[in-house]
Design a binder for this molecule. Sequence first.
Ligand SMILES: Nc1nc(=O)c2c([nH]1)NC[C@@H]1CN(c3ccc(C(=O)N[C@@H](CCC(=O)O)C(=O)O)cc3)CN21
Ligand SMILES: CC(C)C(=O)C(=O)O
Ligand SMILES: [Mg+2]
Length: 287
Amino acid sequence: MREITPRKILEMKGREKIVMVTAYDYPSALIADRAGIDIIFIGDSLGMVIYGEQNTLNVSMEQMVYHTRAVSRGVKRALVLADMPFMSYEISVEEGMKNAARLIQAGADAIKIEGGYDHRKLVKKLVKSGIPVMGHTGLTPQRYLRLGGYRLMGETEEEIEEILRDAKALEKAGAFALVIEFTLADVARLVTEEVKIPTIGIGSGPYCDGQVLVWHDLLGLYENVPPFVKKYADLRDMIGLALEDYKNEVKEGKFPAPKHYWEFLDKDDFEKKKKKVLEQFLEDSDD
Ligand SMILES: Nc1nc(=O)c2c([nH]1)NC[C@@H]1CN(c3ccc(C(=O)N[C@@H](CCC(=O)O)C(=O)O)cc3)CN21
Ligand SMILES: CC(C)C(=O)C(=O)O
Ligand SMILES: [Mg+2]
């Protein structure tokens, strides 16, 4: 078992901020784990940042399983959390149970679903079966079509009520935490004060118990970043420059340099071997 457990995450509320980041492959997971990140999260945002889709609606269970397996192999300390993709849990509680189990068997320590109140029965049953669950309210990207795009949530009384209702339902059903995405900071603060489980914010201000960002956004590897992102590095430029260097050095004959290849030291020895091999080829071509 890994060091950071859902129980530890729960106990961090009010004591220490929780830091979560997405990762989608083995080398990224290794880096995130060594950096001391608390929760390494295989998000369905991989549909956009890894597969180049416009939204997250085309992500399959297979993709989530593959990426969860890769990430899982790189993590020793952090909690490994996997996202349930669109339509993997909406049809029935049974399908939700089966699909959650697949992610756990691929190496996740817990799963995340979008929504709260509407899925309280599933959450309760998952927790009862031993699968820790994180909820997700505010902007839930799997409602992309219904919402007409991604936008700030929690401005109206109805939206505030819905967000708080989700959070309370998740707490009651036994979820160990919830994501609050792209809501007004006051609403995220209200939710954080109203529930005993930690809130992990993205674009929802400083009052949450933790923060989550997408790997490609914070490292500067993605073009269309949401407006709430802080870029902590500009890896796109760094990678671009490295690739241009490589290209130029190959074109100019500077790479590979002597330390990157191996030659016969005894050239006479090689000449003898070469002669024999070429003679062999001449004989063979007579057949
Ligand atoms: N790379 C990435 N980072 C994310 O944080 C992220 C994803 N992908 N995919 C799933 C959701 C979608 N998220 C998003 C994406 C875009 C905006 C955004 O740009 N909002 C604009 C208006 C967009 C529009 O209506 O065209 C804004 O200014 O509010 C917000 C949240 C957050 N999540
Ligand atoms: C934006 C985060 C919370 C997410 O759900 C994802 O990356 O898929
Ligand atoms: Mg997601």
